[in-house]
Design a protein. Structure first.
Length: 148
């Protein structure tokens, strides 16, 4: 079983709340309806990710990104990679082979090589990964301090 840290995510629609406020001013026009379906997402490079429920469905709860980031400080949260370039509720496609393989922990995105592990097993694998990383950097620091 292998864990890979893909990096730290950012929130892709940081101005989402401002957008909603502006849309409310637009009223019920077609443009307002279309824009109000924009899905807030996590971003890492060019890829986009959304929060998932334990049932493997996109979590469309209000303020879900902030909630997921907060929960990720305690334990890994399931994440789905958006497949299409349309980031709306109606047109959302998730990369199926990655379901239950992408996890957000402490604002960092981790990928595991299996999709049949429980949240607790993922948590233990991430702890093990982080411990190994810490030891590796401690060893490197000792190695290069000796050369100075």
């Amino acid at each position: 079983m292998r864990v890979l840290c893909l990096g730290q995510v950012t929130i892709g629609s940081a101005q989402y709340d401002d957008l909603i406020k502006e849309l409310n001013k637009l009223g019920s026009g077609e443009e307002g309806k279309r824009l109000s379906t924009i899905l807030p997402h996590f971003r890492l490079g060019e890829k986009r990710y959304v929060s998932m429920t334990d049932k493997g469905e996109v979590d469309r709860s209000q303020n879900i990104l902030e909630i997921t980031l907060k929960r990720s400080r305690e334990k890994p949260q399931p994440i789905g990679e958006i497949l299409e370039t349309k980031y709306t509720y109606q047109n959302l496609s998730i990369k199926e082979p990655m379901l239950n393989r992408l996890w957000l922990y402490d604002s960092r995105l981790y990928q595991v090589d299996r999709n049949d592990l429980s949240q607790e097993q993922i948590h233990l694998l991430i702890f093990d990964f982080l411990e190994k990383q810490n030891r590796k950097f401690e060893d490197l620091e000792r190695k290069y301090k000796e050369r100075k």
